[in-house]
Unconditional design. Structure first.
Length: 190
């Protein structure tokens, strides 16, 4: 039951993008096309899961025992940067078209505050390794879900008649706000 609560809570109730507002840059920047957002979501799932696993191990087996917990943020950023480089190299070999479509946003996963935020939240919530990995995967799925929904809406908006002053970024931000409000409805606020 604990895992179910973590999964549903992370994907819908406390969606990392739409209710905690972490990872907005790739959310808005890469969500222009459905295929690109799915590719970015896959990269984020991989990086977020692996970085949470590695940072949890580093936190509890190196930083805490040696009294270096104050270096948490710097160490976590270095781990995330190394993992993003690995994903970038893999994508360049496996899927050059996706690599070029993601463009500058792929290296920006390094500075995606959602990845760092989940790694830190896993430690702050005092999750054990298994719960932390489930939390990370669930947040990554929630991130991907939000991006895919937003990309689908943006593709549909491109086909609609939108007033000239609202085309592009203004209508995208309004839709993002409405999407965030709809996900906040899962919290049960009255």
């Amino acid at each position: 039951m604990e895992f179910f609560i973590i999964i549903i809570g992370s994907i819908f109730v406390s969606n990392i993008v739409l209710t905690q507002f972490l990872g907005i840059c790739p959310f808005v920047g890469v969500s222009g096309k459905l295929s690109t957002s799915i590719g970015m979501g896959g990269a984020v799932v991989f990086v977020l899961t692996l970085s949470t696993l590695v940072t949890w191990i580093i936190q509890y087996y190196i930083l805490n025992p040696f009294g270096l917990a104050f270096m948490q943020t710097i160490v976590f950023i270095l781990v995330i940067a190394a993992l993003v480089q690995m994903v970038e190299i893999m994508l360049k070999k496996v899927s050059p078209s996706l690599y070029s479509a993601l463009g500058v946003f792929l290296p920006l996963i390094t500075t995606n505050c959602a990845v760092l935020g989940v790694a830190i939240l896993t430690i702050q919530k005092d999750f054990d390794l298994i719960h932390g990995v489930v939390y990370a995967i669930s947040n990554a799925i929630g991130f991907t879900l939000a991006m895919v929904i937003f990309a689908g809406i943006r593709e549909h908006l491109d086909l609609m008649e939108v007033p000239k002053g609202m085309k592009g970024v203004p209508i995208a931000l309004i839709v993002a706000g409405i999407l965030a409000l709809s996900f906040m409805g899962f919290t049960g606020l009255v």
